[in-house]
Unconditional design. Structure first.
Length: 414
């Protein structure tokens, strides 16, 4: 053993190896650009998985962080927190919701939404209504309950019996399947307006409206998971605002803190009626530091013109991507998504992981998702120049992949 070769960085890590990490690390960020530790510049069209909503190190957000950081970080929810009160009021003013509960992550925001839905029926005299209907391809987080809610069996395997109370993998976008899944034990339908991890899956136009009607008819709650689709990503503050309906409960995270760990679940007064004193809690959630950052992020997202600009930028990017699809039909099969929640559906021969690696060779980041899709989730602040830069890098990556195809064909013995 004395002469064992030095371990590679990957195997010498003291971090639990649950991730395959790309061999790059970053030292700074500005807008949609990252600077790696070796000094190279990278175009970030992943935004840390839809988190860096207003770009990296936005001066307004940094100023809020520094200012609050010098004053007070944390007090606990045993006391009044003006920054959290303000953020909650602004979020309820801008949405369907009457109440907000702040969390530290998306999965916690989902746990809270699930608890709220069940406690509503309990308070309503229907303790038997506990089941949450969820969809195939859904992703709601990695806690024991949220893996049981999600559509991926691999995330459940080996962790003992899945948490009960979910009717999983109902066909996404299929209102008849949803109707058939409702029974006298159903508490709520939980759905992403656009599935993110599942592969930027956009349901049929009327799906949310039909689900709303179904929930009203059967007296069950509609809970939306807007952890990925919310906070301006689709060009509206929340994706449900494109559908003409409102949910009863909603989970939010990712873009709300722009990188500071912050999430929330929100509810109408009625749907939240079971969540009285003592029914839920968190030590960190909504502390002064996190909510000061949240307010600064919201300042930017709610500024006049910001969301319209996201919608327009999304359209422009989509048009440019359409040209890319025309130029590289061997690599890209189509485009999915709304606003800046976009996906490139790749040909079966091109694995999304390989596509992301080819783009890393061009110093550009994208995020693989289900159904062999590469997600484009840039900061919502990108401009024309970044669109052109992204399209140029995507074009070069596609060309490199096509070259590999040609080389592989020539190598084949006749
Ligand atoms: C990322 C995500 C979650 C989980 O959020 P975490 O902060 O990783 O716990 C839940 N739902 C959706 C739709 C997500 O995209």
């Amino acid at each position: 053993m004395a002469d064992a070769a030095p371990a590679s960085p990957a195997t010498s890590s003291a971090m639990l190896p649950t991730y395959v990490r790309a061999p790059v690390s970053f030292a700074r960020g500005e807008g949609c650009w990252l600077e790696a530790t070796d000094g190279t510049r990278w175009l970030d069209f992943g935004a840390g998985i839809a988190v860096a909503s207003v770009g990296h190190s936005h001066p307004h957000v940094v100023a809020a962080l520094v200012e609050q950081g010098q004053k007070l970080w944390h007090v606990s929810n045993l006391y009044q927190i003006p920054q959290a009160e303000r953020l909650a009021r602004r979020l309820t003013d801008a949405t369907f919701a009457d109440y907000v509960f702040f969390t530290n992550s998306g999965a916690e925001a989902l746990e809270g939404a699930i608890k709220t839905a069940r406690k509503y029926h309990f308070a309503d005299g229907h303790p038997e209504k506990v089941e949450i209907i969820t969809f195939d391809g859904a992703f709601h987080g990695r806690t024991l309950s949220t893996i049981a809610a999600g559509g991926n069996d691999k995330y459940i395997e080996g962790f003992f019996a899945p948490v009960e109370g979910f009717h999983r993998k109902v066909a996404f976008g299929d209102i008849e399947a949803a109707k058939a899944a409702v029974n006298e034990r159903t508490a709520a339908i939980l759905v992403e307006p656009i599935q993110g991890e599942g592969g930027i899956r956009v349901p049929p136009q009327n799906f949310l409206r039909d689900l709303r009607n179904l929930c009203d008819e059967r007296h069950i709650l509609l809970a939306l998971d807007e952890v990925q689709s919310g906070m301006g990503r689709t060009g509206k503050l929340f994706a449900y605002m494109n559908s003409g309906i409102e949910p009863d409960i909603m989970s939010v995270a990712k873009g709300i803190g722009a990188g500071f760990p912050l999430g929330a679940f929100m509810t109408t007064k009625d749907a939240g009626k079971g969540m009285v004193v003592g029914t839920h809690g968190t030590t960190y959630g909504g502390n002064p530091l996190a909510t000061a950052v949240g307010n600064a992020v919201l300042d930017l997202i709610l500024a006049p013109g910001f969301l319209d600009n996201v919608a327009q930028t999304g359209l422009k990017l989509k048009q440019r991507l359409a040209q890319l699809v025309d130029a590289h039909p061997q690599v890209i099969a189509g485009i999915r998504g709304e606003g800046l929640l976009l996906g490139l559906k790749l040909r079966d021969e091109v694995a999304a992981g390989d596509f992301a690696a080819a783009l890393r060779s061009q110093h550009m980041l994208v995020i693989p998702a289900g159904e062999n899709v590469a997600r484009l989730l840039p900061p919502l602040t990108i401009g024309d120049q970044e669109i052109e830069e992204a399209v140029a890098r995507l074009d070069r990556a596609c060309a490199a992949i096509e070259k590999q195809f040609t080389a592989a064909k020539q190598e084949k013995p006749v």
